[in-house]
Design a binder for this molecule. Structure first.
Ligand SMILES: C[S@@+](CC[C@H](N)C(=O)[O-])C[C@H]1O[C@@H](n2cnc3c(N)ncnc32)[C@H](O)[C@@H]1O
Length: 275
């Protein structure tokens, strides 16, 4: 049974990194006219009310986006900053489906997967009558097999598991491998939490054993790695990211680190496997 609910965590520091990277990647990809297939294997509810009991219970939004929303309006954080401003003014934090729906055009398609029995109807209601969007209450890992390769030739996959169980690290690499095999030129973004560093080291080791190139790691941590329980940071493994992304993030991650964790934070920008 799934117990993770993203509403408790929406707009935390980890969402800032993930959604900043997602928005920059989508913005780059939409500069070319060919339609894009966007696949969100773990979609959540689309957007999240702020200031409700779930968000207040953890205080993660307040310590995350809530603490830096003015700074995120700086043009270097575009287009994430403007999207954020628009939805916050309506009382919501934009999740990955909302960010994608805002940035994609009328000829693009969104395929969103969410398994949770409470969150799926919310996602479905959020999608409404937008004809670009199809939602499905099914396993997002399996979706890649049926949807890739994209018929029109361009695709972005966001894989954002909740990592409730250890096997999800292995599962994520296996799914990325399957997806990449079907469409080697697609762009893949895998989000991961930094809880036990060994799990990430293992995940990267497994990725290196696959015939995948152009792999990057972007990570932001609030405190040093520790074997104790709890998330100290998070990152994105990106396959075929926009060539501009690493340069942009090399200016932005130090700023996020300074805002969120000036004393103990650290960040990584690494080309794990070259092109
Ligand atoms: C971290 S949240 C997603 C947040 C969302 N991507 C965003 O950035 O706004 C992960 C979601 O995946 C769902 N989930 C877990 N396992 C899944 C699976 N195998 N297929 C589809 N959804 C799954 C959970 O119920 C949860 O809502």
């Amino acid at each position: 049974m799934l117990s993770y609910r993203h509403a408790f965590h929406a707009g935390n520091f980890a969402d800032v990194l993930k959604h900043l990277i997602l928005a920059k990647t989508l913005h780059y990809m939409t500069q070319k006219p060919t339609p894009i297939l966007y696949i969100d294997t773990h979609a959540g509810t689309g957007r999240y009310p702020i200031g409700n009991s779930m968000s207040q219970k953890t205080g993660e939004f307040e310590r995350g986006v809530g603490a830096v929303k003015e700074q995120l309006l700086d043009s270097e954080f575009a287009p994430y900053g403007e999207i954020l401003k628009r939805h916050l003014s309506n009382g919501h934090y934009p999740g990955s489906p909302q960010i994608a729906a805002d940035l994609l055009g009328p000829r693009d398609q969104l395929r969103l997967f969410e398994l949770h029995s409470t969150d799926f109807p919310r996602l479905s209601q959020w999608a409404g009558a937008d004809r670009r969007i199809k939602v499905s209450q099914s396993n997002g890992h399996l979706a890649l097999k049926s949807l890739l390769p994209a018929i029109k030739g361009r695709a972005l996959v966001l894989m954002d598991p909740s990592f409730e169980v250890k096997q999800e690290y292995k599962q994520a690499v296996a799914s990325l491998g399957e997806g990449h095999k079907r469409m080697p030129n697609a762009t893949f973004l895998l989000w991961y939490p930094v809880v036990q560093r060994t799990q990430i080291v293992d995940m990267i080791k497994q990725l290196r054993q696959r015939p995948i190139k152009d792999v990057w790691q972007f990570e932001l941590c609030l405190s040093p790695d520790t074997p104790d329980h709890g998330m100290t940071g998070s990152g994105i493994i990106a396959i075929n990211p926009p060539w501009t992304l690493a340069t942009e993030l090399s200016a932005l991650l130090p700023r996020l680190q300074q805002w969120f964790a000036p004393e103990e934070g650290h960040h990584t920008i690494q080309n794990l496997i070259p092109e």
